[in-house]
Design a protein around this ligand. Structure first.
Ligand code: MN3
Length: 200
């Protein structure tokens, strides 16, 4: 079965008042994410080793294999964007109590968590992703990945939040200002309900 572009869990203008305009979502979801899905399906069609595997299995299978780098990039980007859409909410920014307590326990304060996440996002040189993950030890931590990488491949833990820091994610709304895009995400767009629901 071919991989498919998932529907957005909100309308394309639902985040406009929170700093992500309709044109950004139409291009990012309808063009960029669709292109990763189309490319991935093309690779699967031509490579019997990939057929019958789940998306997670393809990411892990292609990880670290130089000849499968294009497969990894597109499978990783499909995986990352599926999560990214779930991580955005028109009612984002409000941190529910159980997650707030865990952030304070592991980072010292909510502000310290946001600082650490911003550092991950802004120190990722070039295209990539910033993450909030729960490690095998149960502790929350931030992480970053270049291009289509992710914590599934790196083994850094279970993803609670993932922010796309490719320029296509923020250039229409924030031009070159990745720190402002990240701050806006943390304050107004991040779906902390999703993160709390996936705490181990
Ligand atoms: Mn993207």
């Amino acid at each position: 079965m071919a991989f498919e572009l998932p529907s957005l869990p909100f309308s394309t203008n639902a985040l406009a008042a929170s700093g992500m305009c309709q044109e950004t979502l139409e291009l990012h979801h309808g063009k960029h994410h669709q292109a990763y899905v189309t490319a991935l399906n093309g690779f699967v069609e031509k490579n019997p080793d990939l057929q019958g595997k789940s998306l997670d299995e393809i990411v892990l299978f292609a990880n670290g294999k130089p000849d499968l780098a294009p497969v990894f990039n597109n499978a990783g980007q499909h995986w990352n964007h599926i999560l990214f859409w779930k991580n955005l909410s028109p009612k984002g920014g409000a941190i529910p109590g159980k997650l707030e307590a865990k952030l304070i326990e592991d980072f010292g304060s909510v502000a310290a968590f946001k600082d650490a996440f911003k550092l991950a996002a802004t120190s990722q040189f070039g295209s990539g992703w910033a993450w909030l993950v729960q490690g095998a030890d149960g502790k929350l931590k931030t992480a970053k990945s270049p291009n289509g990488g992710n914590p599934l491949a790196s083994g850094e833990g279970k993803v609670l939040l993932g922010l796309d820091v490719w320029e296509h994610a923020y250039y229409l709304d924030f031009r070159n200002r990745r720190p402002d895009y990240t701050q806006n995400y943390l304050d107004k767009l991040a779906n902390y309900e999703y993160a709390e629901a996936h705490l181990g």
